[in-house]
Structures are given as structure tokens and as C-alpha cells.
Design a protein around this ligand. Structure first.
Ligand code: AMP
Ligand code: ZN
Length: 152
């Protein structure tokens, strides 16, 4: 594993880096050498937790494979702990916003663990079904554009 990518470094004016350095307090539930997990101040639903890399990385596009493996491998364990903390939690949405348009407001990458209680709780997510507007040729054109970026 490339230790360079995992070595903590902090960015100026980053609220989550300030949480990492202890300059801003947090309700930490877990930390190790790679990640810190703490309660999201908004508590979208009770137990809403953020998991952040201990090194400043802006968004998913900036991860290398080693950092991604290290960070994302911690998610199931933390998710299980959040779920086990309250028997009323029956599911969980795990999301990661990248870019302002995708609702990212803190530009230090983080993964939201949002416990779900009922379909009437305070979390909503809408996937519009646009499949009626797509021909097989439309799908194939999109498929080829993405595949081309992954080749070579
Ligand atoms: P996002 O909109 O995906 O960038 O999520 C950023 C999240 O950070 C929001 O859900 C905020 O409630 C949360 N947040 C901002 N400041 C703090 C803080 N000091 N401690 C805990 N959570 C925070
Ligand atoms: Zn940061």
C-alpha cells in the first residue's frame, strides 16, 4: 500500500480538517489511522453519521485506489455499528455527494450513513425513471463514451 496517499495532510479553511485537528469539536463515534466517523450535525435522521478520510481529499474524483480501498473498507463495520445502536433502525442509505450540483457543501470528501426508520422518516431520495426517453442506440452511445474513458 502506498503510504504517501494515506499520510494525513490538512487544507486551510476546511471545516472537516479542523475537526481532524481538534480545532472544531465533533461527536466522534470511531476513528483509526485512516478515517474518522462522527455525527452529522444536521441529524437528518437520528444517528446520521459522516465518515471522512483523515487526509484532505476534495471528492471521489481525487481518490487513488489505495485511499479508496482504505476508506471504503471501513464503511460496513461503521454502518453495522450505527444500525446496531438502535433496534428501530431497519435500513440505511449510504451516500457520497460530489460537486456543488450534487449537493456537496463541504469540500472534504465524506460518506453519509443515514439510518432509516420508516418510509415516513425525514430522508427522501428520488430517482426519476427516464427509460421511456431512451432508445437502445441512446444507451449504447452513452455506454461507449464511458467505456472509452476506462480504456487504456
Ligand atoms: P454535504 O452536503 O454532502 O457536503 O454534507 C456536509 C454535511 O456536513 C452536512 O450534512 C452538514 O450537516 C455536515 N456538517 C457541517 N458542519 C459540521 C460539523 N461541524 N459537524 C458535523 N457535521 C457538520
Ligand atoms: Zn479537509
Amino acid at each position: 500500500m502506498d503510504q504517501m496517499t494515506l499520510e494525513p495532510h490538512y487544507a486551510d479553511d476546511c471545516i472537516f480538517c479542523k475537526i481532524l485537528t481538534g480545532d472544531i469539536p465533533s461527536y466522534t463515534v470511531y476513528e483509526d489511522n485512516i478515517v474518522k466517523a462522527f455525527l452529522d450535525i444536521s441529524q437528518g435522521t437520528p444517528g446520521h453519521t459522516l465518515v471522512i478520510p483523515k487526509t484532505h481529499v476534495q471528492d471521489i474524483f481525487a481518490y487513488d485506489a489505495d485511499l479508496a480501498a482504505a476508506v471504503f473498507s471501513r464503511i460496513p463495520k461503521i454502518a453495522r455499528a450505527v444500525k446496531a445502536s438502535d433496534p428501530a433502525i431497519t435500513g440505511m442509505n449510504i451516500l457520497n455527494n460530489n460537486g456543488k450540483v450534487a449537493y456537496q457543501s463541504v469540500f472534504h470528501s465524506h460518506i453519509h450513513l443515514v439510518p432509516r426508520y420508516t418510509d415516513q422518516d425525514d430522508f427522501k431520495m428520488i430517482f426519476k425513471d427516464n427509460s421511456g426517453n431512451y432508445t437502445p442506440a441512446d444507451y449504447a452511445a452513452i455506454q461507449e463514451k464511458i467505456k472509452a474513458q476506462l480504456e487504456g
